[in-house]
Design a protein around this ligand. Structure first.
Ligand SMILES: *Cc1c(COP(=O)(O)O)cnc(C)c1O
Length: 416
């Protein structure tokens, strides 16, 4: 595929990474130096439209002025106390985030997977102390094709062979059901089930949107069977899917929200578990914690993120730009160059016809055209630009995608 080789300067930077960095990622060959909004520049000054937004951690765009101002103001005042003491920004942050979620209690952590781990601990402790499950018997129902992070416990219930191979022994206590199948979920729950852990839309899975009504059914089943509904909104939440939370698309309120990624404004890792007191109240001093969780810098940024979401502008932009992008890519489906297009807000999964090559091939072609996108699994391109991307920039993305697919299809697919 016609991707120009990186410049000597970029090649040198990449060689240093390959020599000294662990090879746990396969990054596209571009070395980014700076960014603003939806545009990033490489170290040679070439511009690209960012259609990944750091897996939705940069939902509000690179260097959003409100977030940078909140961070830099806090950076000069106080950055870390540990939770051994109170800090000025902590109270306002937990209050603001609790209100945004309509919940009573916020437990801040750092990375997304720590929020997931915290939720697993919460659900188990709740199961033993509130529900009355026999000690050691608690189970959590999880979905096939899930992605919840990379710790040993969390990969214990992954279905991805690469995520699991040679990392055994695994943590017990998880039961799988197919994503999107409410009857299978109901059937999998028994007296030892303490929670259902679900991504409202599976992000790493390829932007898999469940059938309409599924989340409502999960909510109903969890309420009827007395188990906690834990929504991992780390990637789907905070505007990405066109609403504050992807659960809002079905008017569903889970018992526990897991937030991360965009909560840190693309500046630093900030995650949180948000629930009511009858659930998060299981934690008492000494039962859970984190040195950096809820640090003053994180709280200042998190509060500024909540302020951005309170106006609804980001959510509206996600819906509008998402609809524009979806409509613009329809020719890919009509021509058969894409075999499926899934969309929720400004979040799209585009399945590349296998005859055109892999999604990774297409991502290389897009890189050559100045569009940064990333494949997930073999045939899906995930598109998740910052929500601040302009209408004109979305038109550019559409034009480049159509052209890159057309190039890949030339001589491979017969015209429709
Ligand atoms: C990214 C992600 C995580 C893990 O977040 P990290 O910050 O990488 O630990 C968990 N759940 C979902 C749905 C995610 O997309």
């Amino acid at each position: 595929m016609g991707f120009p080789a990186p410049s000597a300067r970029q090649q040198a930077a990449i060689e240093q990474v390959e020599l000294w960095g662990a090879h746990n990622y396969a990054p596209l060959p571009v070395v980014i130096a700076d960014a603003a909004g939806a545009v990033v520049h490489d170290i040679d000054g070439n511009a690209y439209l960012d259609c990944l937004a750091a897996y939705s951690a940069v939902n509000f765009g690179h260097g959003h002025p409100d977030l940078v101002a909140a961070a830099s103001d806090q950076l000069h005042r106080l950055t870390l106390t540990s939770r051994a003491f109170h800090s000025e920004p902590y109270g306002p942050f937990v209050a603001a985030l609790g209100r945004l979620c309509g919940k009573e209690v916020v437990l801040p952590m750092n990375t997304g997977v720590e929020a997931v781990e915290t939720a697993i601990k919460t659900a188990r402790k709740w199961g033993y102390e509130v529900k009355g499950v026999p000690e050691g018997a608690a189970t959590i129902v999880v979905m096939e094709g899930n992605f919840h992070g990379r710790t040993t416990t969390v990969i214990s219930f992954s279905n991805d062979p690469d995520a699991r191979a040679n990392f055994a022994p695994f943590t017990a206590g998880f039961v799988h059901v197919p994503f999107g199948d409410a009857d299978a979920l109901d059937a999998a729950i028994d007296a030892h089930t303490v929670a259902v852990l679900v991504e409202p839309i599976q992000g790493e899975g390829g932007v898999i949107v469940p059938p309409e009504g599924y989340l409502r059914a999960v909510r109903e089943i969890c309420s009827r069977r007395g188990v906690l509904m834990i929504a991992d909104e780390i990637q789907s939440g905070l505007g990405r899917a066109g609403e504050t939370f992807a659960c809002d698309r079905e008017g569903v309120v889970p018992d526990v929200y897991l937030l991360g990624k965009a909560l840190g404004g693309g500046i630093m890792p900030v995650s949180a578990v948000v629930a009511n007191r009858d659930v998060l109240g299981v934690f008492t001093p000494g039962t859970h914690g984190s040195t950096f969780g809820g640090n003053p810098l994180a709280c200042a940024i998190g509060s500024a993120v909540v302020r951005l979401l309170e106006t609804g502008e980001m959510q509206a932009a996600s819906r509008e730009r998402g609809a524009q992008l979806r409509a613009g890519l329809q020719p890919l489906l009509d021509s058969g160059q894409a075999t499926a297009l899934r969309q929720a807000g400004l979040w799209l999964g585009v399945d590349v016809h296998p005859d055109l090559g892999t999604a990774k091939d297409l991502c290389y072609a897009l890189l050559g055209r100045g569009v940064l996108a990333k494949d997930t699994h073999v045939h899906t391109i995930r598109l998740a630009p910052p929500l601040v991307i302009t209408k004109e920039q979305v038109d550019e993305v559409i034009a480049h995608l159509l052209a890159a697919f057309a190039d890949a299809a030339r001589g491979v697919l017969r015209p429709a």
